[in-house]
Design a protein around this ligand. Structure first.
Ligand SMILES: Nc1nc2c(c(=O)[nH]1)N[C@H]1C(S)=C(S)[C@@H](COP(=O)(O)O)O[C@H]1N2
Ligand SMILES: [Mo]
Length: 317
């Protein structure tokens, strides 16, 4: 993966009240459901603008739990990594604009008692959507703060009832040559795949996401449904998912296959473990010019560090 981001083209995020109230991590974890946009979002995704007026705390909550303001909708939807379309971050949106995201089915299969095929409506009707403002830290050392709407992957996994020998979850992105021009570069190990250990997949921070800023996810951000794992480098957060498979062995993944020395399976954000070609100690928040320190586990250590207590994180990077 290249480390080529433009340093001056993205505007400072605007329209966010910086002194806004924000939830601390604990109340955030507990009350995420309560402050969720719930009913109106789950129903039919009407315009966010009208809803935001009637729910004034919503705009005030568009900071992450550390108080950092969310990036603008414009920033989040115009600077993307989605190699199935192009390697050029600023051209993904245009190349993906006609991407067909309906009808869409997600197969949940493998080592489960109740395999199934779900439409996006099946999922959003079954699992109430919540808004979660998370940091996304790309392995290329840029980051954003994104107000996702989605639901916990754990809810879906519990419903399909993993068998006892299921130890990992494997995810797969759509592979459609008629719509995704980047797939013509056959030097990549398509389809894009990712994986998590089952306990990581069941962690309450791990989301399946169908929206940003209360609007349906645009194609460039991984429509109609993607994974978000906020304590890991962005490449783990696989887009446009068609298959979720419970498996026994650690699955092969896209970036780990391309360069195992550079992109580990775990890919936990870690300022102390450099990428072989650049430091991970700092990052540039899109929309800001100065760099800031990268936080261990992207700032989610108190929630997730226990998952790795028996592991050497410099070896299992
Ligand atoms: N299928 C697929 N998923 C993907 C990628 C990709 O190229 N293809 N890029 C990853 C990387 S490297 C990052 S940083 C995030 C970027 O998400 P965003 O464009 O919504 O910010 O998506 C991840 N998911
Ligand atoms: Mo990334």
């Amino acid at each position: 993966m290249r480390n080529a981001y433009s340093s001056s083209t993205t505007p400072k995020s605007s329209g966010i009240t910086p002194e806004a109230v924000y939830y601390n991590r604990r109340s955030f974890m507990k009350s995420a459901g309560a402050i969720a946009m719930g009913a109106f979002l789950a129903a039919c995704n009407p315009g966010y603008e009208t809803d935001i007026e009637s729910t004034s705390t919503l705009s005030a909550s568009l900071v992450d739990e550390l108080g950092a303001p969310a990036n603008s909708y414009e920033e989040i939807t115009s600077f993307n990594n989605f190699y199935e379309f192009t390697l050029s971050k600023t051209e993904v949106a245009d190349l993906a604009k006609d991407f067909k995201t309906s009808p869409w089915e997600v197969e949940v299969s493998g080592l489960v008692q109740k395999p199934g095929v779900y439409t996006i409506d099946d999922l959003t009707q079954k699992y109430p959507l919540e808004e979660r403002v998370y940091r996304l830290r790309c392995v290329e050392a840029w980051s954003m703060v994104i107000p996702w709407t989605g639901f916990e992957l754990a809810s879906l996994l519990k419903d399909v009832k993993p068998l006892t020998d299921a130890k990992y979850v494997r995810f797969e992105t759509l592979h459609d040559l008629t719509q995704m021009p980047g797939l013509r570069d056959t030097s990549y190990p398509w389809p894009y795949t990712e994986g998590l250990r089952l306990d990581e997949a069941l962690h309450p921070l791990t989301l399946l996401v169908t929206g940003i800023y209360g609007k349906a996810l645009p194609p460039q951000d991984g429509a109609p449904i993607r994974l978000v794992v906020p304590w890991k480098y962005g490449f783990k957060s696989i887009k446009s998912i068609i298959k979720i498979e419970l498996v026994e062995k650690q699955p092969q993944t896209f970036w780990n296959t391309i360069a195992p020395d550079e992109y580990g399976f775990y890919a936990n954000v870690n300022p102390d473990v450099s990428h072989p070609r650049w430091s991970q100690a700092q990052e540039r928040r899109i929309g800001e010019n100065t760099r800031q320190k990268t936080l261990v586990f992207n700032g989610y250590a108190e929630d997730v560090a226990a998952l790795y207590s028996d592991m050497d994180l410099s070896e299992n990077f």
